[in-house]
Design a protein around this ligand. Structure first.
Ligand SMILES: C[S@@+](CC[C@H](N)C(=O)[O-])C[C@H]1O[C@@H](n2cnc3c(N)ncnc32)[C@H](O)[C@@H]1O
Length: 334
């Protein structure tokens, strides 16, 4: 395998190399969940290039080449995934321009869905991650989100596009159900589980009475995740190199935590082919799963090494304080 560096521990295995080559070395059907953000394809290849490496998906000349390259990645994911299990892809509609007047979008999520269906996955739905319009305007300087558009020609007013998480299942029967005997135990998001429901946490009685887990489930099953903490991301600033066009945008840990909690059992293998600074490895490790990641760009990989070390240490610290809320509860749900 042509990897430049690697760290393999009991909790995670991370590689500085091309994801297609890294996945080539993983056994068939060994991955229980895959979760990742690919580079975002756009008219001139990807929205911006992370590196000048030919193996970098963001470094294709046009959208068609980008999608053909991405197809090789999805084929490898299909081979390494267990049947019936989920691959979750984080993406967004991609703007074709930023003129402020009549800008249009590429339906990147739609193309990802069609690609997965072509390669034998079932589309299992999407969740939108809501983003506050003014914050989007200030972060991206998207011209059609300036309020003055309303006064000058409101027809050009843009959308503060949501992110999406698309869920696909590899065809076949899942041989190992994902079970939560006492319901869901943690909520990842801005909202707080109401105080009066905490007594049901880790409820050992009839699960139809488990109001703590029921509250989390209602939020997680929603088609719009509107309380993801945008700033709950891993450190990434140090990974920028001098000639970089732009920073990597790490995926919010709330999003990954939810996907990992929903679709895996403890101890299972979670894969990200596009690891960036390590978010999709950090989250599973913190949740008692095993993370596997590949990242091509060396400076991001180095940051991922630090972030994954932090996760492994965090797990050890946490194991001393876990289960403060256990114990049977008498009241039932009304
Ligand atoms: C959208 S970013 C992922 C960020 C990540 N979710 C995080 O939280 O840090 C996409 C990443 O894919 C990497 N990448 C692009 N082509 C790759 C390839 N062929 N193999 C491995 N990584 C690649 C880029 O360097 C970039 O870090």
């Amino acid at each position: 395998m042509a990897v430049k560096d690697q760290v393999v521990t009991d909790e995670y295995a991370i590689y500085n190399g091309d994801c297609i080559e890294v996945m080539n070395d993983l056994p068939d059907e060994s991955i229980h969940l895959s979760v990742y953000s690919p580079p975002f394809g756009s008219t001139n290849g990807a929205l911006y290039a992370y590196s000048s490496d030919d193996r970098d998906l963001s470094n294709n000349d046009n959208y068609a080449d980008f999608m053909s390259h991405y197809e090789f990645v999805v084929k490898e994911i299909r081979r390494v995934m267990m049947p019936g299990r989920i691959t979750a892809v984080h993406c967004m509609d991609v703007p074709r321009s930023n003129s402020g007047k009549g800008d249009s979008y590429i339906d990147f999520p739609g193309d990802i869905i069609r690609l997965h269906e072509k390669l034998g996955f079932e589309f299992r739905g999407r969740r939108a991650i809501w983003k506050e319009p003014l914050a989007v305007r200030l972060r991206t300087m998207q011209k059609n989100l300036a309020h003055k558009t309303i006064t000058e020609d409101a027809v050009s007013t843009g959308v503060a596009a949501a992110d999406y998480v698309l869920m696909f299942a590899k065809k076949g029967t899942n041989p190992v159900p994902v079970t939560n005997e006492h319901g869901l135990l943690e909520y990842a998001g801005e909202r707080q589980v109401p105080q009066d429901l905490w007594k049901y946490r880790n409820y050992e009685g009839k699960q139809t009475e488990n109001r703590f887990s029921h509250w989390i489930w209602r939020n997680y099953a929603s088609s719009v995740w509107d309380d993801v903490r945008m700033n709950r991301v891993l450190p990434f600033q140090d990974s920028k190199e001098e000639d970089d066009e732009k920073h990597v945008h790490p995926l919010q840990l709330d999003v990954i935590d939810r996907i990992v909690q929903l679709y895996t059992n403890e101890g299972e293998n979670v894969l990200t082919p596009f690891m960036g600074v390590g978010s999709e490895v950090y989250s599973p490790v913190m949740l008692g799963r095993r993370g596997i990641g590949a990242e091509l760009k060396e400076s991001y990989y180095r940051q991922a090494v630090k972030n994954c070390e932090m996760a492994a240490k965090g797990m050890k610290d946490m194991s001393e304080t876990i289960d403060m809320f256990g114990g049977p509860i008498e009241e039932s749900m009304d």
